[in-house]
Design a protein around this ligand. Structure first.
Ligand code: SAM
Length: 217
C-alpha cells in the first residue's frame, strides 16, 4: 500500500522530470499537475505506473493521456481562471480535473457512458464541483452552453470540426490533434474579430475522435 506522502513525491517527480524540462512554463498548469492525484484516475492495477511518462489503458480500448501531453495541451489554452472550457473526450477524467482546477467551469463530453459514470465518482471524491459531464458525440460540441473560451479535444480528428469552431468564443482557443488515425499534429485555432487563425504545434498520437464530425466507425 503506497501512502499519501509517496503519491505526492511521485507527482513532484513527474513534474520535475517530465513536465518542466520539456518547456511547460505556466505556473498555474505546473501547480495543477502537482496537485491533482493522477493515480485516482486509473484502475488500481495501474496505479503504480500512474506518474510514469506514458499513456495507460483505462478500458474500452481507450487511454489516459501521457502527463506531459495533458500539461502541454492545457498550457496552450492559456487559462487565467475565469474561463468556460469544453473538453471532448472525458476518458479517465484526469484532464477534466486539471481543467476544473484552472478555470471557472468545465463541460466535458464522452461517448462511452461507463467511463463517464466512473469519472463522476472520482470528481465527487475530490470535491471538484465545477465540471459538467455529458455522454454523447463531442465532435458536434455542446451547443447548449456555447460559446466557450477554450475547447480541448483529447482524441485525434481527421479535420477541425466546424461545430467546434462555431462554438468557440471571440478570443477563444481550440486545441485539437488533427491528422490520420495513427499520428496527428496538435493544432491551435484562435478566433479574433470573427476570423479564424490556425497554428500547428507538435506531433502526437491519440485514439480517434469518432463521430459525425470525426472518424466514421
Ligand atoms: N483526456 C482523457 C484522459 O486523459 O483520460 C483522454 C482520453 S482518450 C485519449 C480520448 C477519449 O475520447 C476516449 O475516452 C474516447 O472514448 C473519447 N472520444 C472519442 N470520440 C469521441 C466523441 N466523438 N465524443 C466524445 N468522446 C469521444
Amino acid at each position: 500500500m503506497i501512502r499519501v506522502a509517496q503519491w505526492k513525491y511521485e507527482r513532484e517527480r513527474m513534474v520535475k522530470e517530465q513536465i518542466i524540462p520539456r518547456g511547460v512554463e505556466d505556473v498555474r498548469v505546473i501547480e495543477a499537475m502537482t496537485a491533482v492525484p493522477r493515480h485516482l484516475f486509473v484502475d488500481t492495477s495501474y496505479q503504480h505506473q500512474a506518474y510514469n511518462d506514458y499513456p495507460l489503458p483505462i478500458g474500452h480500448g481507450q487511454t489516459i493521456s501521457q502527463p506531459y501531453m495533458v500539461a502541454a495541451m492545457t498550457e496552450l489554452l492559456e487559462l487565467k481562471g475565469t474561463e468556460k472550457v469544453l473538453e471532448i473526450g472525458t476518458g479517465s477524467g484526469y484532464q477534466t480535473a486539471i481543467l476544473a482546477f484552472l478555470c471557472d467551469r468545465v463541460y466535458s463530453i464522452e461517448r462511452i457512458s461507463a467511463l463517464t459514470t466512473q469519472v463522476r465518482q472520482t470528481l465527487k471524491r475530490l470535491g471538484l464541483k465545477n465540471a459538467n459531464l455529458m455522454v454523447g458525440d463531442g465532435s458536434i460540441g455542446w451547443a447548449e452552453y456555447a460559446p466557450y473560451d477554450g475547447i480541448i479535444v483529447t482524441a485525434g480528428a481527421p479535420e477541425i470540426p466546424n461545430a467546434l469552431i462555431a462554438q468557440l468564443a471571440e478570443k477563444g482557443r481550440l486545441v485539437i490533434p488533427v491528422g490520420d488515425e495513427f499520428s496527428q499534429i496538435l493544432n491551435v485555432v484562435k478566433k479574433h474579430k470573427g476570423r479564424i487563425y490556425r497554428q500547428e504545434h507538435f506531433g502526437c498520437t491519440f485514439v480517434p475522435l469518432v463521430g459525425k464530425e470525426g472518424w466514421d466507425k
